[in-house]
Write a protein that binds this ligand. Structure first.
Ligand SMILES: Nc1ncnc2c1ncn2[C@@H]1O[C@H](COP(=O)(O)OP(=O)(O)O)[C@@H](O)[C@H]1O
Ligand SMILES: [Mg+2]
Length: 474
């Protein structure tokens, strides 16, 4: 434990040297949000306000877990609503393993029975000061403070917040996270001035559109940091809890040819060298024409020992599996060696998720580090969601994947608008020529330089027959 603390201090020191002190002490726990906001200063009070079910508890637990686990500081969760078992069980589903930390003695859960009036305020206060002042806990969450605020008159509440809670935070140089409830349909609630003394204010909201839920957090206040974006969409995902969906900063996107390319003789005919982070839009008129291209892709994965993830908006995973088996057989490969390359397969019905939820699912797949993500049937997204959200979301996914060095091959039936092109680094059209022969035409969106040579200034055209011949020779 001591070693972890020494390590955290050392890390803090190094960051101070590199970034000139532009490093805050307490982490947020959500990587992208941390990149944007850096973290919380010592001696901060953070307010998380939001509608029921918006994700306040999940977010507060994520912040706590980050600091308790990686920061090695003692953390306490004071809940006025849930009991220990229920809380730990729910948080466990989001990959927040508090059980282990509790056994190590660096996490404590305290369930306060909600008795009425000022007794409640007094007992919460005495618990907090005991933990923070006497026992050295540095991060504390109170979920929620609404019953406390309601038990006091406005003047009492103000003085309680200022004189008691704020002083506790300042003197301990810790982090106090206060959760407060916002009734459904309301935009604000009387917080007795809490919003003025808090160093950071997050408002969690849910929006229902076409019967689908979209979650977003508003960063209303964040002391010491410019907030370029106020409304940040997020999803709550299995195994990870709150995940924000932002476009990654362009400065962090590597040049396409920075990492080595994947190659196979037949894929070379179509796409030329395929650097990691490439996003190919395979645009066809209807599904069957994708079969040969899928075959080329599987052959490429086998040749370069690349891991695949398959995600379809049209087919269930069982059907994808069958297709893969069929292709493996026709390539003369044993099914097992092909199956070993497939890291992940899932069918996602876009009608039951909001657009941001879909993007959250896709980013989670990229986080599994496949070399190639095969996205199938994105035309289904356009059927259920406004095209501008899809085009933007997938363009952001392209950047996200490129940063991680994952390539995406998207099989889509039809071109919907020019905006669709923004995400592709290659556009692969499959058409019938005048003699009804299938022809593949591949354009590089932007010519790239590979091994000193410009690639892709001219489109490639290849007949399906030649492609099939190539595969047969393999
Ligand atoms: N496994 C899960 N995957 C995705 N979302 C989940 C999962 N479990 C719960 N949720 C969602 O998380 C929300 C609960 O968030 P919570 O942090 O308890 O909200 P709050 O504290 O704001 O009331 C619920 O709305 C629920 O739909
Ligand atoms: Mg809650």
């Amino acid at each position: 434990m001591r070693e972890e603390k020494v390590f955290a201090d050392l890390l803090y020191l190094i960051h101070n040297i590199i970034y000139g002190g532009d490093w805050k002490v307490f982490g947020i726990g959500e990587d992208n949000l941390e990149m944007l906001l850096k973290g919380f200063d010592e001696g901060s009070m953070v307010l998380i306000l939001g509608h029921p079910g918006a994700g306040k508890t999940t977010f507060a637990a994520k912040i706590l877990y980050r600091n308790c686990r990686s920061g090695g500081v003692k953390c306490v969760y004071v809940s006025l609503a849930e009991d220990r078992d229920k809380f730990l069980r729910y948080m466990g589903r989001f990959g927040i393993d508090l059980d282990t930390l509790e056994r190590k003695g660096i996490f404590e859960f305290i369930h306060m029975p909600t008795f009425a009036g000022k007794d409640l305020v007094e007992s919460v206060t005495s618990v907090l000061s005991a933990k923070i002042v006497s026992e050295g806990f540095r991060v504390a969450v109170v979920d929620s403070v609404t019953p406390l605020l309601n038990a006091l008159t406005t003047d009492e509440a103000r003085s309680y917040l200022h004189a008691t809670l704020y002083n506790l935070v300042r003197s301990s140089q810790g982090l106090l996270i206060l959760v407060a409830d916002l009734p459904y349909g309301k935009e604000t609630v009387d917080l007795r001035g809490l919003e003025f003394i808090a160093d950071a204010v997050f408002v969690f909201k849910t929006r229902v559109e076409r019967g689908l839920i979209t979650r977003f957090m508003e960063v209303r206040k964040f002391r010491g940091r410019r907030i370029p974006i106020v409304e940040i969409p997020f999803t709550i995902a299995e195994d990870e809890g709150v995940r924000i969906i932002l476009s990654p900063p362009l400065e962090e996107i590597p040049v396409l040819t920075e990492k080595p390319a994947m190659e196979s003789p037949c894929s070379e005919l179509l796409w030329g060298p395929m650097p990691r982070g490439t996003y190919i839009g395979v645009v066809g008129k209807d599904a069957p024409v994708f079969y040969t291209t899928f075959k080329v892709l599987l052959d490429l994965a086998l040749k370069s020992n690349a891991y695949l993830a398959l995600l379809s908006f049209r087919m269930p995973s069982s059907e994808m599996k069958r297709l893969v088996h069929h292709i493996a057989q026709s390539l003369g490969q044993d099914i097992k060696s092909v199956e070993e390359l497939i890291k992940f397969e899932q069918g996602v019905n876009p009608s039951i998720y909001s657009c941001y939820e879909v993007m959250g699912i896709l980013r989670q797949v990229i986080d599994r580090d496949p070399d190639i993500l095969l996205l199938h049937g994105t035309e289904m997204l356009y059927l259920y969601h406004p095209s501008r959200y899809i085009d933007r979301g997938l363009r952001d996914l392209a950047l996200y994947a490129r940063r991680k060095g994952a390539s995406i091959v998207e099989f889509v039936s039809g071109l919907f608008s020019k905006k669709q092109l923004a995400r592709y680094s290659m556009i692969h059209l499959i058409n019938l020529d005048e003699h009804s022969k299938v022809v593949h035409t591949v354009y590089r969106h932007v010519p790239i330089i590979v091994n000193g040579k410009i690639v892709g200034a001219e489109p490639r055209r290849i007949y399906e027959e030649e492609l099939l011949k190539c595969i047969k020779q393999m």
